[in-house]
Write a protein that binds this ligand. Structure first.
Ligand code: HEM
Length: 290
């Protein structure tokens, strides 16, 4: 029996799926948090702007989670995770649709003003292009569209996700006025996810070795440190080397480079644990990286 497509908690065979239920809960958590914070939001200086920020932030988070499915299901040896990738991607689009709708509401539903703003501010032009890209991917995410486009063309089209993620990160950096720690951490994580695919493609494998994962995590962490130092150096006219010297000064906070390294090492530990405990099938001849 196949379940009607609106019954999101059922898998393709129509069985109730705990993984799908957990994913739905995860996707609704930011809404629940927003409702919980409603009092503070309403009494804040700019309630609509607060909610715009929340929606944009969670869209980016779920975009990252969607991109993490492929590496994570391989590293955690949990192939079933692929079942919720589409749900996560469409969830990210719902948040981004809300992000734009709230922006329209913030402009008092004056669509001429909305169009003027979006076409006259660089960070909104970039966000707008990313928005359109996500809309195309969400619209082509149905089984019917996969059939119509053909698997290869569909896959090529959906590789746009990497460019969209890059534009979304630039938009995030541009609208952040002061502290870029969180955007830098996000950029490091996206960098890890994209580098994972590039390395898997380059090594022509579906499973990176522990050593490759370790090397990847250290390299991306170093690049995050360098990227942050160069960015701060340019923005505040200081030497990037002086910024790098503060990496071990934990009184001013833990730099995003360390956070990215911690996340990467957690993945390495997961890989070691899962390779020990799971009855892994013998390594198959890999197909190209997804
Ligand atoms: C037409 C499309 C878009 C518009 C009009 C738009 C508009 C905005 C506005 C007005 C802000 C707040 C800026 C401020 O307060 O100064 C913002 C922040 C943000 N937007 Fe967008 N955006 C668009 C697309 C996107 C896309 C596609 C993404 C990501 C997938 C995104 C992610 C974010 C993030 C992460 C923030 C910052 C949230 C935070 O502060 O935590 N936006 N956007």
């Amino acid at each position: 029996m196949t379940a009607p497509s609106w019954q999101l908690w059922r898998d393709r065979r129509g069985r109730v799926s705990l993984l799908r239920i957990a994913t739905l809960i995860l996707l609704f958590l930011p809404v629940a948090k927003g409702l919980y914070d409603a009092g503070a939001i309403v009494h804040g200086a700019r309630p609509l702007n607060d909610v715009i920020h929340r929606a944009g932030f969670w869209a980016l988070v779920f975009l990252g989670v969607t991109l993490a499915v492929t590496p994570f299901r391989r590293i955690a040896r949990y192939g079933g995770l692929i079942d919720v990738r589409r749900m996560l991607g469409v969830g990210a689009f719902c948040y981004i649709a809300a992000h734009l709708l709230l922006f329209v509401a913030d402009q008092s539903y004056d669509l001429i003003k909305v169009a003027h703003e979006i076409t006259h501010r660089v960070y909104l032009i970039i966000g707008g292009i990313a928005w359109l890209g996500l809309a195309v991917l969400a619209a082509t995410s149905t089984d019917g569209m996969v059939r119509r486009l053909g698997a290869l063309r569909w896959r090529r089209l959906h590789q746009l996700i990497y460019g969209i993620a890059l534009l979304a990160l630039i938009h995030y950096f541009q609208q952040t006025k002061a502290d870029v720690t969180v955007p830098t951490f996000a950029a490091g994580l996206f960098g890890w996810l994209i580098s994972y695919r590039l390395l898997a493609w380059w090594q022509d494998t579906n499973e990176l070795s522990v050593l490759s994962l370790l090397g990847l995590s250290v390299a991306v962490s170093v690049l995050t440190f360098i990227g942050e130092a160069v960015g701060i150096g340019i923005a505040f006219h200081v030497s990037p080397l002086r910024v790098l010297e503060t990496a071990f000064d934990f009184d001013v906070g833990i730099r995003p480079g360390w956070q990215v390294l911690a996340a990467g090492l957690a993945v390495v530990v997961l890989d070691i644990v899962r390779s020990r405990w799971s009855s892994r099938e013998p390594r198959r001849r890999p197909v190209a990286a997804e």
